[in-house]
Design a protein around this ligand. Structure first.
Ligand code: FMN
Length: 201
């Protein structure tokens, strides 16, 4: 008997192909493959994803069965196919880059991710990997770790029925150089630990 390999979607939101964020996403992909997943990489910038909400993709509360654009439905299919979703992004203004925020706004839409029917995304796992310029100390003092955890894990993942969600932030990402190798190794560890931890019920 063959069992299907778990499938992961790695979402990258960064304009620069050689950014530390892109390199973390590449490590995430490699690690997931090594751990037996099949992997779909969604590079929002390279794909030219338009984060601006459109009339076609705005939920219509008077037409709850509204069919969204073909582009958004294709993105929904990629999310639906994944057992694990890994989102890799730089922390900008203590939040998500507009590109990624727009992807959530347009794609994680009414009737798909929330509302209307059964929670279609329940049972999936989600890992948010954020790269932040400031130090861990600065984040803790300012309550930014908490803020991002609440917003991403509770406000998005849990809201759409994904209970098994984690937010991991990498700090001091502006002072690049020797520190990069350390950060990339620690990113691999985070992913391995996550994929080797049994899903939370
Ligand atoms: C527009 C912008 C906003 C930023 N806002 C924050 C922030 O709010 N907090 C923080 O710690 N770092 C912030 N940074 C620093 C980035 O998080 C950092 O440059 C990035 O993680 C480095 O990784 P990269 O090489 O992949 O861009 C910001 C950077 C930019 C360009």
């Amino acid at each position: 008997m063959t069992t299907e390999a778990p499938h992961a979607l790695v979402v990258l939101a960064h304009p620069r192909a050689d950014s530390l964020t892109a390199r973390v996403a590449a490590r995430a992909r490699a690690r997931l493959l090594a751990d037996g997943h099949t992997v779909d990489v969604l590079d929002l910038h390279a794909d030219g994803f338009d984060p601006r909400m459109t009339v076609e993709d705005e939920p219509d509360w008077a037409d709850r069965d509204k069919v969204y654009s073909a582009e958004v439905r294709a993105h929904m299919a990629r999310i639906e196919a994944a057992d694990t979703i890994v989102v890799v992004f730089p922390v900008w203004w203590f939040g998500l880059p507009a590109l990624l925020q727009g992807w959530i706004d347009r794609v994680w839409n009414y009737g798909f991710a929330y509302g209307r029917s059964r929670p279609r995304l329940a049972g999936k796992r989600m890992l948010w990997l954020g790269l932040a310029g400031y130090s861990h100390e600065h984040f803790t003092k300012g309550g930014w770790d908490d803020l991002l955890d609440r917003r991403l894990r509770i406000g998005i993942s849990n809201f759409v029925g994904i209970e098994d969600a984690h937010v991991h932030l990498f700090h001091d990402t502006v002072a690049t150089g020797a520190h990069d190798t350390e950060l990339l190794t620690s990113a691999e560890k985070v992913i391995t630990t996550y994929t080797h931890t049994p899903p939370t019920p």
